[in-house]
Design a protein around this ligand. Structure first.
Ligand SMILES: [Ca+2]
Length: 550
C-alpha cells in the first residue's frame, strides 16, 4: 500500500510539474510484500523520454537497462510500462533469493529504492515438549514462532477450569506461559497459536501430573480348544502417570504389598494369554505399577466341572455370542447368521418350545447357516453310547459330539430343513451329500428319519435309512427280527434292512463292519473315513411345502 501511495504521489507530481527527476531523493524505502510464487511489482517513475533507466539489485547486480533485462534472472523478470513515465520491474514466481533491496536509477540518480519481502506463514522454531509435572508445580511453557509479518502467539487451555483460582485463561498472549499444575492425577493440554496475516499454526502441549496407577478395566475371554484345554485371554487397562507397567500373577501365589520374589509371574503387558483346563478354578491377578504406587485387580475364572461328563451342554459360555443383538433368541444357525453372526462357533439357540441350548454353527460351508449335529475327526469321543446319551447328546461342541436326537427333532421340526453330510477320507479327499428334505420325528416315534432330494458326490447312501427309527445298543428299533444292527455294526443309527451308511460307528476300527461307513468312500478294507460332519439348515418356515412329510 505504501508503495502504491508513493508512486501515485510521484506520478501526480511528474504530470503536474513536468520536471525531471520526479523524486528528489530516494529516502522512501518502499516495501513490496508478496507470498512466495506470486508476482512482485516494483515501481519506478521517470518522465523523461530519453532517460537511461536501470534496475539494480543491491549491492550491484544489474537487472535492466531501459526495456532490456540483462540479469541472469531475466526469464522471470520483465520491464512493464503501463504509462510512458513508468519503468516498473515485474518479478514472476518470487523466490526467497529475490528478497532484498532494488534501486531504480535514471543515469546515476537513484529514483526509487524498494525492499522486496516474502510474506511467510508462521512456523514454530521450538516449543515446550509434553510435561510430566509434580503436583502443584510451577511450569513455564513456551512457543517460539517465526514468519512474516512476525506472528503473535496466543495460549489457550484445552479444558478450561471452572475454578476462579485457575491461573490460565484463554487468549493469553506471549511466547511464554506460566502455569501452576493442578492436583494429583489431573491432565490437561495447552494450545499455543501463532498467527499473522497469512495464516496460523497451533501446537498442543500436554501437561500431566504424576499419579499412581488406577486399573480401569479388567476382563477375560476363553477360546476353547479341542478336548479339555482352553486358551484363556485376560486383559487389563490401567491409567497413571507415568504409564504403569502391567504384570500378571496366579492368585494363589500372589501376596499384595509383599516382596515379589518367588511369585509366579505369568506374563507382562495388557494381555495375558495362557492355557487352562476347562475344569480349572483359578484367580488371576493383574498388577499395575509405576513409581507412585501399585494397583491390583483379580479375575476369577470358574470352569465348573460337569456333573455328568457326557453332558454336551456344559462348559464355558459361548464367546461367539457377542455378535448377536441384545435379548435375541435365534431359532437355529441360519437365524444366528441372519442376526449378524457370520463366524463359525458355539451359539445358544432357542428352537420353539425349548429354553435354549448350545449348538455349533458352521457359517463357512456352502453359504453358512448350518446347525451341526454330528462331528467326528479324531476318535477322542466314544460314539458307542446308549439311547439316553443319544437322546440328549454327548461329547464336546468344541471337538467331537452328537447334538442329541431331541435337539435334532426340536430344530428340524421348525420348518423345512436340508441336510448336509461332509466326509473326508484318510487321503484328504472331501466328499459331501446333501438332501433337500431332512426331518426327524419325536421321541415317541423313535426319532424316525426322513430324507429326500439327494445331491453331491458322496453317493445317495442315506436314502436307505429314510423312514427308519433310531436304534442304539440298548434299543433295537431296526425292524429286522433276526438282527440287532446297532450291536453288529457298533453304532447308533437309523438302521434297517439295508445299511449303506453308518456314521456313528467306531472311529478307525480295523473291522470294516464296525467302523464309520459310507458306501463307496474309503471302504476298500484298508483306509477309513477320518472326518464326518452332519448339519442342517432351514429352507422355509412352512412345513407343508413338502407333501411327503408324515
Ligand atoms: Ca432288530
Amino acid at each position: 500500500m505504501t508503495a502504491l501511495i508513493a508512486c501515485a504521489i510521484s506520478f501526480v507530481i511528474a504530470r503536474g510539474l513536468a520536471v525531471i527527476p520526479t523524486l528528489p531523493e530516494y529516502d522512501r524505502n518502499v516495501n513490496v510484500e508478496v507470498q512466495k510464487g506470486e508476482v512482485a511489482r516494483l515501481k519506478c517513475l521517470v518522465a523523461s523520454s530519453d532517460a537511461t533507466v536501470k534496475w539494480i539489485k543491491e549491492p550491484n547486480l544489474l537487472i535492466s537497462i531501459n526495456m532490456h533485462v540483462v540479469s541472469p534472472l531475466k526469464r522471470r523478470m520483465v520491464i512493464q510500462k503501463p504509462l510512458a513515465s513508468e519503468w516498473n520491474l515485474l518479478i514472476n514466481h518470487v523466490r526467497e533469493s529475490d528478497t532484498g533491496y532494488y534501486t531504480c536509477r535514471n543515469g546515476d540518480l537513484v529514483v526509487s529504492r524498494v525492499q522486496l519481502r516474502l510474506l511467510e506463514l508462521p512456523t514454530f522454531l521450538d516449543t515446550s515438549e509434553d510435561v510430566i509435572a509434580d503436583e502443584n508445580e510451577s511450569l513455564r511453557l513456551w512457543c517460539n514462532a517465526t514468519g512474516y509479518p512476525t506472528p503473535i502467539v496466543t495460549w489457550y487451555e484445552r479444558t478450561p477450569s471452572q475454578s476462579p483460582d485457575d491461573v490460565v485463561n484463554t487468549g493469553v498472549v506471549g511466547r511464554m506461559l506460566a502455569i501452576q499444575t493442578g492436583s494429583h492425577g489431573s491432565d490437561d493440554a495447552y494450545i499455543c497459536n501463532a498467527s499473522n496475516s497469512i495464516g496460523s499454526v497451533t501446537k498442543e502441549i500436554r501437561v500431566r501430573v504424576k499419579s499412581g496407577p488406577v486399573i480401569q478395566t479388567c476382563d477375560s475371554s476363553q477360546v476353547m480348544l479341542h478336548g479339555d484345554n482352553a486358551i484363556l485371554k485376560l486383559w487389563c487397562n490401567a491409567t497413571g502417570t507415568p504409564s504403569p507397567i502391567l504384570r500378571w500373577y496366579l492368585g494363589a501365589s500372589y501376596q499384595y504389598g509383599k516382596s515379589q520374589q518367588g511369585l509366579h509371574l505369568l506374563g507382562e503387558g495388557n494381555l495375558l494369554q495362557t492355557t487352562v483346563s476347562r475344569y480349572d478354578d483359578a484367580v488371576f491377578v493383574c498388577e499395575a505399577t509405576n513409581i507412585h504406587g501399585v494397583a491390583t485387580r483379580e479375575i476369577r475364572i470358574t470352569a465348573k466341572p460337569p456333573s455328568d461328563s457326557n453332558n454336551i451342554q456344559s462348559g464355558m459360555p459361548p464367546l461367539s455370542q457377542d455378535c448377536l443383538p441384545m435379548n435375541s433368541r435365534p431359532t437355529d444357525c441360519q437365524d444366528v447368521k441372519r442376526l449378524g453372526c457370520t463366524t463359525s462357533g458355539i451359539y445358544i439357540i432357542y428352537p420353539a418350545g425349548t429354553d435354549g441350548f448350545r449348538v455349533r454353527c458352521d457359517q463357512d460351508t456352502s453359504g453358512g447357516g448350518w446347525t451341526v449335529f454330528q462331528r467326528r475327526f479324531d476318535g477322542d469321543v466314544d460314539f458307542y453310547q446308549k439311547w439316553a446319551s443319544y437322546q440328549v447328546g454327548f461329547g464336546d461342541l468344541e471337538s467331537e459330539f452328537w447334538l442329541g436326537n431331541q435337539q435334532i427333532y426340536m430344530i428340524s421340526s421348525q420348518g423345512w430343513y436340508e441336510l448336509r453330510v461332509d466326509l473326508t477320507d484318510a487321503k484328504g479327499h472331501a466328499w459331501f451329500a446333501t438332501y433337500n428334505v431332512f426331518r426327524v420325528s419325536d421321541a415317541e416315534k423313535k426319532y424316525r428319519l426322513f430324507v429326500d432330494g439327494y445331491n453331491g458326490n458322496a453317493g445317495n447312501n442315506f436314502k436307505f435309512n429314510s423312514g427308519n427309527m433310531f436304534s442304539t445298543v440298548d434299543q433295537d428299533n431296526d425292524n429286522v427280527q433276526a438282527t440287532d444292527f446297532s450291536s453288529v455294526l457298533k453304532g447308533a443309527w437309523w438302521y434297517g434292512e439295508t445299511n449303506e451308511s453308518n456314521l456313528n460307528a467306531r472311529y478307525n476300527s480295523s473291522l470294516r463292519t464296525e467302523r464309520i461307513f459310507w458306501k463307496g468312500i474309503a471302504d476298500d478294507g484298508q483306509s477309513s473315513v477320518v472326518l464326518t460332519e452332519m448339519k442342517m439348515r432351514k429352507w422355509v418356515d412352512k412345513r407343508n411345502i413338502y407333501t411327503g412329510f408324515p
